[in-house]
Ligand binder design. Structure first.
Ligand code: FA5
Length: 345
């Protein structure tokens, strides 16, 4: 076979191979077999040097024409393959926009968090600062600085989870009274703060009690603070939370860290005051404890109790949420049941 025939033979084979190629890898292989370093056409072109002067331009022109023809057909085939790959991908990834969608569940803040933020908003509006406390507290701040020395019988009012003799889970947010008074610079003016947070008690869980719940502590200390300031403040806050028509009852009470002390009850949300299982047949639900800061508590923070006075209160956050939303079992807050929580989105 002379060179001219060899080129023609190679051309026929290659072009027929090109027709049947269906993927890019085989296509590239074909090009290497043809035009690579040791490719068939390359080998033919290498043999050109042995041709006569008359033969060389003829064979050269033939080889070049074939190379151009191959190049053009190669590119066309490549495009065809790419198109086919793209079409297959589009086909397999196609979306049926008429199918029903999957609804994304939207999270929301817990009802206790919403209640806390609402109360914070009211106090912020009255110029109070909001402070954070420690759930793991010392006996010193939880009890001693609250006028409850080690052997004080009133410690039994708050059954305690102790971690060591000196460290415990705080039973109330009141230790924040001592901590904020210690940190406050009274030469620059009085103190008004609320301290929301989680507290722990060895209480038996029932519809209105939990061993772990939330309180919001409030404290105002300045010169000339009186019981009237306490009553006015709590009246205003409770009416903002529950509406003007709700009844409040102020009862004399006892807390070692306030003198005098009061407990504030609100008429039962379930029975409206007639008596039921929620209010233990009294018609009232205790919602907060309060009083005038005991002189000992002020003195322990280095304040002169003949110059400074103050009021303090501790709100039960769950009780407030229960009253506002007619929830009759406190355990609902902690069980994470979305059917319960979704009602307050
Ligand atoms: C106290 O904890 C005092 N530190 C409150 C206080 C602060 C008085 C400042 C004076 C000055 P008491 O134990 O009554 O007080 O709790 C306060 C409120 O927390 C109660 O009125 C009630 O709403 C709520 N509470 C008490 N125990 C539980 C419980 N086991 N589960 C849910 N809420 C509770």
């Amino acid at each position: 076979m002379n060179l001219q025939e060899k080129i023609e033979d190679l051309r026929k084979r290659t072009l027929s191979d090109l027709l049947s190629v269906a993927d890019e890898k085989t296509l590239n292989n074909l090009r290497t077999v043809m035009l690579g370093k040791k490719g068939e056409l390359t080998e033919i072109l290498k043999g050109m040097k042995d041709l006569t002067n008359e033969e060389r331009p003829v064979i050269g022109a033939l080889a070049n024409a074939f190379r151009d023809e191959f190049g053009a057909k190669f590119e066309a085939k490549k495009l065809e393959i790419e198109q086919a790959v793209m079409n297959a991908a589009l086909e397999s990834e196609s979306l049926d926009v008429t199918l029903p969608g999957k609804a994304q569940k939207k999270g929301s803040r817990h009802i206790l968090t919403q209640t806390q933020e609402e109360i914070e908003e009211i106090f912020l509006g009255m110029g109070y600062e909001i402070v954070d406390g420690y759930e793991v507290e010392t006996d010193h701040y939880n009890f001693e600085r609250m006028n409850l020395p080690k052997d004080h019988p009133a410690r039994d009012m708050q059954d305690t989870f102790y971690i060591t003799n000196e460290v415990l889970l705080r039973t109330h947010t009141s230790p924040m009274q001592a901590r904020t008074m210690d940190a406050h610079d009274f030469s620059k003016g009085g103190l008004r703060m609320i301290a929301p947070g989680r507290v722990y008690r060895r209480d038996t869980d029932d519809a209105t009690h939990s061993h772990q719940f939330h309180q919001i502590e409030g404290l105002v200390v300045d010169k000339n603070i009186t019981m009237a300031d306490l009553k006015g403040t709590l009246d205003l806050v409770m009416k903002k939370m529950f509406g003007q028509e709700r009844e409040l009852r102020w009862r004399p009470s006892y807390f070692p860290f306030t003198e005098p002390s009061v407990e504030v009850d609100i008429s039962c949300f379930k029975c409206g005051g007639k008596g039921c299982n929620v209010c233990k047949h009294t018609g009232w639900i205790e919602i907060l404890g309060a009083g005038m800061v005991h002189p000992n508590v002020l003195e322990m923070s280095g304040l002169d109790s003949s110059v400074y006075s103050g009021f303090a209160f501790g709100l039960g956050q769950e009780r407030i949420a229960m009253l506002r939303y007619g929830i009759n079992d406190i355990r609902g807050f902690y069980q994470g049941d979305v059917r319960f929580l979704e009602q307050f989105d």
